[in-house]
Write a protein that binds this ligand. Sequence first.
Ligand code: 8X3
Length: 223
Amino acid sequence: MDRLESLRDQLQFTYRVPVHTVQLDVRNIAEVDLLPQQLPEDFAEVDILVNNAGLALGTAAVQDNNIDDAVTMIETNVTSVIAMTKAFVQGMIERNRGHIVNISSIAGCEAYGGGSVYCATKHALAAFTTASRHDLVGTNIRVTSISPGAAQTEFSLVRFKGDQEAADAVYRGFDPLTAEDIADNVLYACTRPEHVQIADILVLATNQASAKGIARVQAQQER
Ligand code: 8X3
């Protein structure tokens, strides 16, 4: 909450816009259901829903998957998006306007060893996003999927359960994407003319061709 409040203050100061923050565990479906009706009046009509919460936990092979980690990934990356969408899309349908942006991953386009559950959740999200677009095709609601490759955020620190060295190694030797790059994609999708629906954006680092296909410059050996 302290990070959200700091961001709120920064946004209010820079852009002179009202900001409302809520602390919520997206896996708590009962809380998600109640969220739309608990928003202050000025924020009640949500026009853009960005489903950004998501995580990978561990790099276990299928025979070693930790089931608690698997359930956490499935609930966070898939079930919560289903719940958030249901909670907010009803109002969008009533107003006949809105935009749902699901932050997916290159792991929703390909699967790799050590990522069986995470890749499964992002493939599920890809299917859910496409199906949402089908269900809403007769409305003015747009549905966008954004699939980043290697973006240097806290993602790898979470995946490696706090191992900073392992997390840093993921982004070593090339120039990875940043959170700002992905925010820029969201902004792009949301600012197209009303008749334009950006369905999918797959965004990679320049020296990346697939999830694991990254050209790295080896650090010079110390003399
Ligand atoms: C994060 C990108 O390549 O670790 O979603 O799956 S990757």
